[in-house]
Design a protein around this ligand. Sequence first.
Ligand code: ADP
Length: 457
Amino acid sequence: MEIRKRLTLQFTVIVALILFAAEFSVYVFSELKWKEDFYSRLQNKATAVAKLLLDVEGVDADILRLIEKNNLSTMPFEEILIFDQKDRELFSSRDSARLVITPTLLDQVRSANQLEFTQGRYTVVGFQYPRTNDHIVVVAGAIDVYGLRKLANLRNILIIVFLVSLIIVYLSGRVFSNRAIRPILKVIEEVPAITESSLHLRVNEGNGRDEIARLAKTFNKMLERLETAFKVQQSFIANASHEIRTPLSHITGQLEVTLLKERTLEEYVRLIQSVLEDIIKLGNTANRLLLLTLTDSDSHHIPMMPVRVDELLWEAQSELQKTHPDYKVLIRFNGDFDTEYLLTARGNDQLLRIAFLNLMENGCKYSEDHQVHVILEQVDSLIRIRFKDEGVGIPKEEQELVYEPFYRAQNVSHRQGSGLGLSLVRRIAKLHGGSISLISEPGKGSEFALQFPTCQD
Ligand code: ADP
């Protein structure tokens, strides 16, 4: 069921219940009050009759009946009966009484002193009235014609009021729920217009204060994040394809030029070497892209185990020197690492080696002396590895940007690179519960510090 219909129905049911309870109490209290009045009128009347019969000299039952017949204050279908101690009827206001008065009933009146009850349509009151030596029992009954009519009228009025109120409540409930739901409907109408090609669109935030406005704001914020993520993804794809296209067109160009005429053996060797370099570069870029997506997605599938950090550093050093014999990586330990576990981390050896290799390579690549100092130290329960060089450095305003995929600082355009290494290193650090920080001054050098927890097993 639609919310607005549900709201209207719930609202109507609640109001109907409250109204019913209110009207029901009005009816019951009115009935009680009218009955009370009627009983007291009956009793007064019966007392007056009993008084006349007993206290006024010369008035006997026949005279009293005559008086009663002509009495204007007689109530509708009124019957008054008076009995002595032995249940003998002393007086009856009518020749043939309709009320059925049994000895049991008279006994009940005597023991209760006063009794109010109904008999058929009759409202009856019975009570004891004192005589010189004993008590007589007076029973008076009448039909409350006016009271019953008034009650019937009241009941009809209350039913009409109830039904009319229900209709009004239902209609106004519909109006209010429509008004309350309208902003949500607006949002629902606007949302389908927002597609991947129009992520810049936003939904209306209404008055900016109520819950629906907050919902719209939250939705808009989510759209903003989606738009940014989408843009990042698009530029990532554009950069990635550029990184792949450049060496490919380089290869194609070289091959095409070479094929224009016959070449010497040396020229062919040079061509093959150059093409090989481009292919290696392509392979590196493809590998890094793959690693980036692997480390970015769900990390649960990446195997983690205790690894010796110092051994991985040595391995990365020898791997780098194999491809770049002119690079110098100087590893040293700062402080005492008396137990093996201080050098052990829970991690993925392949990923950590890639991170170390990347930081070592950068240190050498971006410095004149092609030299990097690697310092391994312990800070609380963390292993910290600093990669320090005296190279070109990184301008302050670019120090955060270098972690973005494909970003390369302005001052390194003359050196080859893809701009993917540091973003990979940062993700690897994060995967190992660690972080990477940088201190750098252009022209003086840079120091990258990679830190992550030691193995607690
Ligand atoms: P790449 O080195 O392939 O360009 P990285 O992601 O490893 O990509 O580095 C991103 C950028 O950060 C580099 O292009 C360079 O501008 C800067 N950078 C990284 N390491 C250093 C360093 N040790 N000294 C100076 N600049 C560096």
